[in-house]
Design a protein around this ligand. Structure first.
Ligand code: SF4
Length: 192
């Protein structure tokens, strides 16, 4: 049967991390080559409400999935990131912007330890335009990012040839430049 259901569309500030996040982690993958540019350490947070048909990580839609985020895990991520060949941290899930307690704590530590020597990428089911009208914790997290890959996964727009995205509605956004100009700026290294 062809899936015709669409992902959910929250109103502005309808979903808040404080009401949903249990601060659980679905997975942590150090030293991978697939979640952004270069060698990366990826944190998969638990819980997402968008419910996209064809979601690449359905188990992680559950806020109870996996294990609690711990100080030990954070220390390990920082140690892994300190390797010279690691380019940066990636946040994905689940929905990082519905787990801002964990993500903000981690990105603040990353900036404190490494400044801008390591970059920070995040995926989100929210679009850039939606995030602009969202809660202060989500906007704060956005301000720590270098790259945001935005938007729901849409089966009708699925394209496996795209760099770092599953469907053609999603964009790889240069966050500092977009914030500075007030207009979405696409990553300048985008090939396809
Ligand atoms: S936004 Fe991402 S994690 Fe959430 S349901 Fe959609 S594809 Fe899955």
């Amino acid at each position: 049967m062809v899936e015709t259901r669409l992902p959910r569309n929250p109103k502005s500030k309808e979903w808040l991390a404080k009401d949903h996040s249990l601060q659980y982690i679905a997975d942590y993958k150090p030293f991978n080559f697939v979640d952004g540019e270069g060698v990366r350490c990826s944190l998969y947070v638990s819980g997402c409400l968008f419910n996209c048909p064809g979601c690449y990580n359905k188990a992680a839609q559950n806020f109870h999935y996996g294990q609690p985020y711990t100080q030990d895990l954070e220390d390990k991520i920082i140690e892994d990131l300190s390797q010279s060949y690691v380019q940066g941290l990636t946040l994905l899930g689940g929905e990082p912007f519905l787990n801002t307690q964990v993500c903000l704590k981690l990105v603040k530590r990353v900036r404190k330890e490494f400044g801008h020597e390591k970059d920070i990428w995040s995926w989100s089911g929210y679009t850039w335009e939606e995030l602009m009208k969202e809660s202060s914790d989500k906007l704060e997290l956005l301000h720590y990012l270098d790259i945001l890959v935005d938007g729901r996964f849409l089966l009708a727009k699925k394209d496996l040839t795209l760099q770092f995205r599953g469907s053609s509605n999603q964009r790889i956004i240069d966050v500092p430049q977009s914030l500075q100009t007030g207009k979405v700026a696409i990553w300048d290294k985008l090939v396809h």
